[in-house]
Unconditional design. Structure first.
Ligand code: AMO
Length: 436
């Protein structure tokens, strides 16, 4: 007999025989009637055993089955007013495929209060909980929505090396590795490569891939390995073109999630708000707004976590938007590859995107003129000619271009109102965690 997934069974199956496979969520033995709640990746369903009709040895086995054991049940679907779903499965045969040891190292019930650290130690058990499982179903869908969006806009998907000779961001954040006796680094951004392949004539590229940051941050938003959604596009007018794409991307992804992840959103009790046009304010304006609420930000300083949270609240109140672009960051604080603003050379054509009070993306227009780039790198104490693989990109016809990097994990975290970014990634890495 073929296996049926639980979500595909309905009252219309009344009196039909089905075979379901999965994990045991619950056992209730009430004398002459016993219940097993079985769960597969799609849903769970109550199965019922009657002493009068089921073989004695099978009936007696049920109370001994441990929670989370893997079983298969063959039985008839029966509509039932008492059952939560309006039907249940009357057990005719039952096999234990793998018994779970007891006690379980973490509580896998819906109401589990196990602390996140312990849950992460046993992530494979933690993810058996439907609400946790739902996060990763949504994440998987978002991955596809993002790809579909870029595809529809003519972006080409690229995969770039994660083992590199060095990047163009601040070197302090790189993990150094021994590469056959030479020093190499884990990439802290595909920045070099995304620019390279725009210049290579692909014009519009994106990559969804791992990014590594050697930051000893112990916060709810920092990981040492995360998934980046990076995009880069050529022949732009200015950084506003990149923001336009991000604006459309966020709208598209959230609309799709709202439409296609209804079951998961319900389970997580999340209401998705699709943004209208995302407001754009300069960092200076943001600073003034935040200062009005009593928080001082020094000139040239970026908003810190508290500042981002505040600006998120202010914009929500003023514009009813969960998102805001903050633009024109000081040159002093930004990497040399960003283009300086033509009117005010003290700022760059850059932006951050804040979602529900947390930065989820940053980007800019890049300097594409080799001579200007050389000057700018000198100002930052870097000699780009020592990074000839980077400098060369700008010598043989580089169009005006710009792009952005989005933290995929942070995007999911904010979308689903998760307290910690670690909830949005299967196996988080942070300064204290290298396992499982
Ligand atoms: P940036 O360093 O701002 O920009 O990174 C882009 C986005 O990545 C996410 N992010 C993180 N997520 C989890 N843990 C971290 N430690 C972490 N650090 C960053 C954030 C952030 O907005 N090359 C540029 C992008 C560009 O200009 O195209 C860059 O890497 O959501």
């Amino acid at each position: 007999m073929e296996r049926t997934f639980i979500e595909d069974i309905s009252e219309k199956f009344n009196n039909q025989k089905v075979l379901v496979k999965g994990w045991v969520s619950e056992i209730r033995a009430l004398g002459k009637v016993q219940f097993i709640v079985i769960r597969d990746k799609t849903d769970n369903v109550q199965c019922v055993a009657h002493k009068d009709t089921l073989k004695e040895d099978l009936f007696n086995k049920i109370p001994k089955i441990s929670i989370e054991s893997v079983i298969e049940i063959e039985g008839q679907v029966k509509t039932s007013k008492q059952a939560k779903k309006g039907f249940e499965i009357a057990i005719e045969n039952l096999k234990v495929l793998a018994e779970a040891q007891t006690p379980l190292p973490i509580d896998t019930s819906e109401k589990s209060k196990t602390l996140i650290d312990k849950r992460l130690d046993y992530r494979f058990l933690d993810i058996r909980r439907p609400q946790v499982n739902a996060i990763f179903r949504i994440r998987s869908k978002v991955f596809n929505f993002v790809s579909n969006f870029f595809d529809s806009k003519g972006f080409i998907s690229i995969n770039t090396p994660k083992i590199t000779a060095g990047g163009v961001e601040s070197g302090a954040e790189q993990f150094s590795i021994d590469y056959f006796g030479k020093e190499a680094f884990l990439t802290q951004s595909p920045q070099v490569y995304k620019q390279m392949f725009v210049v290579a004539g692909l014009e519009r590229v994106y990559e969804i891939g791992e990014v590594f940051r050697a930051e000893k941050s112990h916060t709810t938003r920092h990981l040492t390995e995360f998934t980046g959604i990076d995009l880069e596009m050529g022949f732009i007018k200015d950084e506003n073109d990149v923001m336009d794409v991000l604006d459309e991307l966020m709208k598209y992804v959230l609309e799709e999630v709202k439409e296609k992840c209804k079951k998961e959103l319900e389970l997580l009790n999340i209401k998705i708000e699709v943004p209208k046009k995302i407001p754009r304010i300069t960092l200076e304006e943001a600073r003034k707004l935040v200062e009005k609420k009593g928080k001082k930000i020094m000139e040239n300083d970026d908003l810190d976590a508290e500042g981002e949270k505040l600006i998120g609240e202010i914009i929500k109140e003023k514009h009813d938007s969960d998102f805001v672009f903050i633009t024109l960051y000081p040159w002093e604080k930004k990497p040399f590859y960003q283009m300086k603003d033509s009117k005010n050379k003290k700022v760059t054509k850059s932006f951050d995107l804040v979602y529900k009070g947390v930065e989820i993306s940053s980007g800019s227009q890049r300097e594409h003129n080799y001579n200007v780039l050389k000057e700018q790198s000198k100002e930052k104490g870097i000699d780009i000619d020592k990074m000839s693989f980077y400098a060369d990109i700008f010598k043989f016809g580089a169009p005006p271009h710009g792009g952005a990097g989005i933290g995929f994990d942070r995007l999911i975290q904010r979308m689903l109102n998760l307290e910690n970014v670690r909830e949005a990634i299967l196996l988080p890495r942070d300064p204290e965690r290298l396992t499982p």
